[in-house]
Unconditional design. Structure first.
Length: 613
């Protein structure tokens, strides 16, 4: 069965980026990874934190910089999940809560900015690109990438973060005896004999150009502490020395995990220039039941939460806004879309009268969809409908192609169906065009969607039937094999240009399911048709994967949107909500980030509002 991931088991930043091609199924179950791999046998020489039974203590130290933000105090975050490990690179480390906590103490090449939804440099001076000379395409077809590490970047014990830490991290990912070797970022494309290590530099050459280089070194491991230890077993309950704004202090399993200030942190507030962090500590409480989580927030026992975005949850949180709560319900990383099966034979198993091979049918469906009504009914009108799939990746690169070409127009949809009937020489009054809609039956939002479609399809003169299936059957057999007519599912998006490039693999005419990613079967050897558009898209996808120049990539992405929308391979609907809430009269600097970085993306900049003055 294809990987079926849930919102609450989103992966730590770099791993998630590489897995843009993951179907987002129904429900919110947690993914469990129990795979283990052997490491070495030496014990760690130092430890930063151990599991203890001490309860978290509130810190009240207060010191404000002149005309700045106050130092001191504690913020309590509550989450439904508890981390299975503190190590983001071993089984269990891809759980979303590991990323949420990791934003406090882990470091890497980049941070995902919650305001722009794009990358900012973390431990490096700037992110390497062809424009700034950090990425160079060589005459022999290889590509050289250079990092310059910030002079001030040090680990919590004062040891400088160096090129050796990058080298050691690469060695971990290349070790066949470690689970890190199964990481999706292309560490194996780095030519080992090309690596140059400096005190504050790291340079390497990859065997061919690829934008996927931006996925590398999302989290960096301190070589001076971890080298020679059992990487799989020694760093689960114990965190390696911090590079971030906080250090792991106490983990009382089943109850809480406490971070405390890293006095050697080198980061500063981009707004005020003050040294970070402001807070003395952050406590993560684990409250698995949603009602209890909301009750704790409403009682101000906790200050920040990121609950599941059910309508009743949003409504309750919005009721607290008048009392000082800051609630943000934002479009998240999981995006739903209506699609068509192009498999010449398999689609007929679902609907013997399938018209998905007819462009006018697909155009009519695009026009009949009242996306405003859909988001109003399913998401309480909290987000705008998608105008393109690119909206969820890098909004500034969206061409709004589907909205421009297919505005809601039921009369136009009906006219297209009439034209199709004439083209086919078919008496559609006696023998109407039919559509069979299939999706998962155990997802409330999708069941609602299937009901909303009844009137929409009828308005266009299409005889509509819903044929829903259990998610295990739909994602295990029907969707991968193209046994669909009109269908609906979600993809998990990944920020960054690499994530956006990767999603195009799912429409690659040269990569048909079930073994490949193209479950639509559009343009594949099994498709009902191939044309110039499918041939161009196959070439376009190859060009994207071999291009690193941002301007060239943006042009290719714009062309891809044109092809996919002209062909109406699918229709983007909406992105699922991600909800963050904080007591704004207590916590300053909070800005919810609906991506894989999570709500703690700028945790070092949080401060206690009530300590100002």
């Amino acid at each position: 069965m294809k990987h079926l991931w849930r919102r609450r088991s989103l992966t730590w930043l770099g791993l998630l980026l590489a897995f843009a091609l993951v179907v987002a199924a129904c429900g919110d179950d947690d993914a469990a990874d129990t795979t283990a791999a052997p490491g070495t046998t030496e014990a760690p020489t130092t430890t930063e934190a151990a599991t203890t039974t001490a309860a978290p203590e509130s810190t009240t130290t207060t010191e404000a910089a002149p005309e700045g933000k106050p130092y001191g105090g504690e913020v309590i975050v509550a989450d439904a999940q508890e981390p299975p490990t503190l190590n983001p690179k071993v089984p269990g480390g891809t759980n979303f809560i590991v990323a949420v906590i990791g934003q406090g103490h882990l470091v890497g090449v980049q941070n995902l900015n919650g305001n722009t939804l794009e990358f900012d440099p973390d431990v490096v001076e700037e992110l390497p690109t062809t424009e700034n000379g950090g990425v160079v395409i060589n005459d022999d077809g290889t590509m050289t990438v250079s990092y310059t590490i910030k002079d001030e970047a040090v680990w919590a014990d004062g040891t400088p973060i160096s090129g050796d830490d990058f080298l050691f991290t690469w060695e971990l990912h290349m070790d066949p005896d470690l689970p890190t070797s199964k990481s999706a970022p292309p560490y194996d494309k780095i030519l080992g004999d090309s690596i140059e290590v400096g005190d504050k530099t790291f340079v390497f050459t990859m065997d061919s150009p690829t934008v996927q280089y931006e996925l590398l070194f999302d989290s960096i491991v301190p070589a001076h502490q971890v080298r020679g230890t059992d990487f799989v077993n020694d760093w689960n309950d114990t965190a390696w020395v911090a590079g971030g704004a906080f250090m792991v202090d106490t983990w009382q399993k089943g109850e809480f995990l406490k971070l405390v200030r890293n006095d050697n942190y080198w980061g500063t507030d981009p707004e005020t220039g003050q040294q970070l962090p402001y807070l003395d500590s952050v406590v993560f409480r684990f409250i698995p039941e949603t009602t209890s989580l909301l009750n704790a927030f409403a009682a101000r026992e906790v200050h920040v939460i990121n609950p599941d975005p059910a309508p009743n949850v949003i409504e309750r949180l919005q009721g607290l806004v008048s009392e000082g709560a800051q609630v943000e319900a934002l479009a998240g990383t999981i995006w739903e879309h209506l699609l068509f099966s192009f498999h010449a034979e398999a689609r007929l198993e679902r609907n013997p009268d399938s018209s998905t091979d007819q462009l006018k049918f697909r155009q009519a469906v695009a026009h009949l969809l009242d996306k405003d009504l859909i988001v109003d009914e399913i998401l309480l009108g909290q987000v705008e409908p998608l105008t393109s799939y690119v909206d969820v990746f890098i909004p500034r690169l969206s061409t709004n192609a589907w909205d421009e070409k297919y505005p809601y127009n039921p009369e136009g949809a009906a006219a297209l169906i009439d034209e199709l009937c004439a083209d086919l020489g078919r008496d559609c009054d006696a023998n109407p065009i039919t559509a069979v809609f299939t999706t998962t039956s155990n997802n409330e939002a999708r069941v609602t969607l299937s009901e909303l479609f009844v009137d929409m399809f009828a308005a266009a003169g299409i005889d509509y039937t819903a044929d829903l299936e259990d998610s295990s059957l739909f994602f295990g057999e029907s969707a991968p094999n193209g046994v669909m007519d009109v269908a609906e599912w979600a993809w998990l998006s990944s920020p960054g240009i690499a994530g956006l490039v990767s999603i195009h693999d799912v429409w690659d005419p040269e990569n048909p399911g079930p073994g490949g990613d193209n479950w639509y079967y559009w343009g594949t050897e099994f498709a009902a048709y191939q044309n110039d558009a499918t041939a161009r898209f196959a070439a376009l996808r190859d060009e994207m994967n071999a291009t690193v120049d941002p301007a060239e990539l943006e042009a290719l992405i714009a062309e891809a949107q044109d092809i996919l929308s002209d062909e109406v391979v699918f229709v983007p609907l909406y992105a699922r909500l991600s909800v963050g809430a904080a007591w704004g009269d207590t916590v300053g600097g909070f800005k919810h980030n609906p991506t894989s970085a999570g709500m703690t993306w700028n945790i070092g900049e949080w401060y206690r509002v009530d300590l100002m003055g």
